[in-house]
Design a protein around this ligand. Structure first.
Ligand code: ADP
Ligand code: TRP
Length: 323
């Protein structure tokens, strides 16, 4: 059973990335051979046009993942471009991918609907993602809700290739944790770095507190009861709190007699202590960049071995290799 997922190094990770994606990777890691995680720097090239920024983000993503609990003894961590076979497989897959399948994909459709011009890289983004998944015979792909469509596209691409040439690929499944499917941002919309409503996992603590205090709330007076249902402050608090703390907050909401500011201060304390150990680990890791690079190199070697095996199999099946 192989579990595989990737995350783009497009900026520092926020709470949405952690609870919606990274935490699942970490919970699922159970062996170097079975868990493959990579930093999708080739995908990030569709949005970042700054050499230093992309290189820095890629390294930061590795450090952050390791600090958050990704364990190189229980998972293989690598950088996408360190396994160039992925680009070759991407081309092979493109030859049997219907245009219509890609035209229906959200990222491309959204950009088009805003009247923006899309690059071929954005249009074919899901094919590279399919190559990422299929290159390692992955069975399970943990992703946030918004990536579910891409895993479906991967299944379609693999299915149509298998139909044309025979059993080349393992068909993967998406794995999505429902209860934390969508982490709200400071304004109540989906937390996203592009909406300016996010709190970074390793944000400076002073700035983090300032952001938490700016979470939007309704204007009910202190004494009136409040509704926890659908309240994004309540949802954010629940990410960090124990079951008892959540229950007790629910009762306080229903009783009333408090201001939202109190809850925000408590949330800041909870969030700080939730990530305190990871913050400490991060401090240690950035002092040893060579260790981080070695983890990535070892990971790439391991991933390359599997990649070469699968790519050879596929090339033989479709007649590119074996004259
Ligand atoms: P962003 O929206 O900030 O650009 P990405 O699209 O890079 O984030 O998302 C990286 C991963 O984190 C994806 O698997 C995505 O599903 C997950 N993710 C991002 N934002 C959230 C959120 N608000 N709630 C849950 N998961 C999220
Ligand atoms: N597109 C994913 C995201 O933006 C990242 C990604 C690239 C990925 N390749 C993947 C995720 C393969 C899972 C499997 O979050």
């Amino acid at each position: 059973m192989r579990i595989l997922s990737g995350i783009q190094p497009t900026g520092r990770f926020h709470w949405g990335n952690y609870f919606g994606a990274i935490r699942q990777y970490i919970d699922l890691q159970n062996g170097q051979d079975s868990a493959f995680y990579f930093i999708a720097n080739l995908h990030a090239l569709t949005t970042i046009r700054d050499r230093e920024l992309l290189a820095r983000n890629t390294f930061d993503a590795a450090v952050d993942l390791l600090a958050l609990g990704l364990d190189p003894d229980r998972a293989t961590l690598f950088v996408q471009s360190d396994v160039p076979e992925v680009s070759e497989l991407c081309w092979i897959l493109m030859t049997t991918t219907p245009m219509g399948l890609l035209e229906r994909c959200h990222a491309y459709k959204d950009k088009k609907s805003k009247g923006l011009t899309a690059d071929a890289g954005l249009f074919t983004y899901p094919v590279l993602m399919a190559a990422d998944i299929l290159l390692y015979d992955s069975n399970l792909v943990p992703v946030g809700e918004d990536q579910k469509q891409h895993v479906e596209v991967c299944r379609d691409i693999a299915g149509s290739f298998n139909n044309s040439f025979g059993e080349a690929f393992v068909i993967p499944e998406a794995y999505i944790v429902k209860d934390t499917a969508k982490v709200p941002g400071l304004d109540g919309g989906k937390m996203s770095k592009s909406y300016g409503n996010s709190v970074e996992v390793f944000e400076d603590l002073k700035l983090q507190k300032k952001k938490i205090m700016s979470i939007t709330t309704d204007s009910r007076p202190i004494e009136s009861p409040k509704d926890p249902e659908g309240d994004h402050l309540f949802q954010l608090y629940s990410l960090f709190a124990s079951t008892e703390q959540i229950q007790s907050l629910e009762e306080r909401y229903k009783r009333g007699g408090f201001g939202y500011g109190e809850i925000k201060k408590e949330l800041a304390i909870l969030a700080e202590s939730f990530f305190a150990a990871a913050r400490q680990r991060r401090e240690e890791l950035i002092k040893k960049p060579e260790d981080v690079k070695k983890i990535l190199n070892d990971g790439a070697k391991k991933a390359s071995k599997k990649a070469a095996e699968v790519l050879t199999r596929v090339k033989k099946i479709c007649g590119v290799e074996g004259r």
